[in-house]
Design a binder for this molecule. Structure first.
Ligand code: IPD
Ligand code: CA
Ligand code: CA
Length: 267
């Protein structure tokens, strides 16, 4: 299977996002607070499933939106994890910080990922064992502590169960790092670790299609991404995610553990 062809398909999908003229009637509510889908999310996912099926007819698709061909599961052969627009709230408000994310697993192991930010014309890509790239330039993470870097975090209104825990973690990160950011697209913020812009990232609940592609990109660039207990991120269900340069990752794990301990004592 040609990775170059897949990259081209993801780039084409990004062009749909870039050329969007979003109207009020294109926006639809999903379950939970502040959770939306637009006709563009659906259109891009349908486009990706159609094109990727031509490249790999036996592939299974695990995409965020309910569209034809989307099975919401990990297949035994090739599975594509699709987030047609990561950063939908940004997209609704024309923040111009959203991307198309496509991860590829083979027999349950992540083997490749593409994250395309069409606003900045940035294509992050990686194939397991072949390195990570940004627009063709090899990415190698320089180690950095959080007190010497930016730490990004994610939180979504529709996943607000851990709000107090997240607020405590964010306060600690704010006081321990050079700066904190919440970009509104987990995939972009994760890829920014590979690109050297972010030292680390934390979010208490993410879906496989949010991090599947970025996880290969980070690891191939020399960074780390796991759950807070150090186990691998999961592909068949959502999980909490911590990622970073080697040092930043350890520091964020420690902050998470400290907050967990404190919250346990409060109960
Ligand atoms: C969301 C974004 C956001 C993150 C949320 C995700 P969506 O994805 O990645 O940054 O904090 O948890 O659900 O809904 O824009 O595809
Ligand atoms: Ca997402
Ligand atoms: Ca999405």
């Amino acid at each position: 299977m040609s990775q170059k062809i897949i990259e081209e398909i993801v780039r084409e999908a990004g062009k749909i996002l870039l050329s969007a003229h979003l109207q009020r009637e294109d926006i639809h509510k999903k379950t939970g607070p502040a959770n939306f889908v637009t006709d563009y999310d659906l259109r891009i996912q349908t486009f990706l499933i159609e094109k990727l099926s031509e490249v790999c007819p036996s592939a299974v698709f695990f995409g965020e939106e309910d569209t034809e061909g989307n099975k919401h599961g990990v297949g035994e052969g090739i599975t594509f994890f699709i987030d047609p627009i990561d950063g939908t709230t940004n997209f609704l408000f024309d923040y111009r910080n959203s991307c198309v994310s496509v991860g590829m697993a083979d027999h349950g192991l992540m083997t490749a990922g593409w994250v395309f930010d069409p606003y900045a014309d940035r294509m992050y890509s990686a194939v397991r064992g072949e390195g990570a790239f940004l627009n063709g330039r090899r990415l190698l993470i320089e180690d950095r502590s959080i007190d010497d870097g930016i730490v990004a975090f994610g939180c979504a209104r529709y996943n607000d169960g851990g709000a107090a825990r997240m607020a405590a973690i964010v306060e600690k990160l704010f006081l321990s790092s050079l700066a904190i950011r919440n970009g509104g697209s987990a995939a972009i913020d994760l890829c920014r670790i590979a690109g050297g812009n972010n030292a680390g990232y934390i979010e208490l609940l993410l879906q496989p299609y949010d991090y599947a592609a970025a996880s290969v990109i980070i690891e191939e660039a020399g960074g780390l991404i796991t759950q807070p207990d150090g186990t691998p991120v999961t592909l068949n269900r959502p999980c909490p995610v911590i990622a970073g340069t080697k040092t930043a990752y350890q520091e964020i794990l420690r902050i998470y553990a400290e907050i967990e301990k404190g919250m346990g004592q409060e109960c």
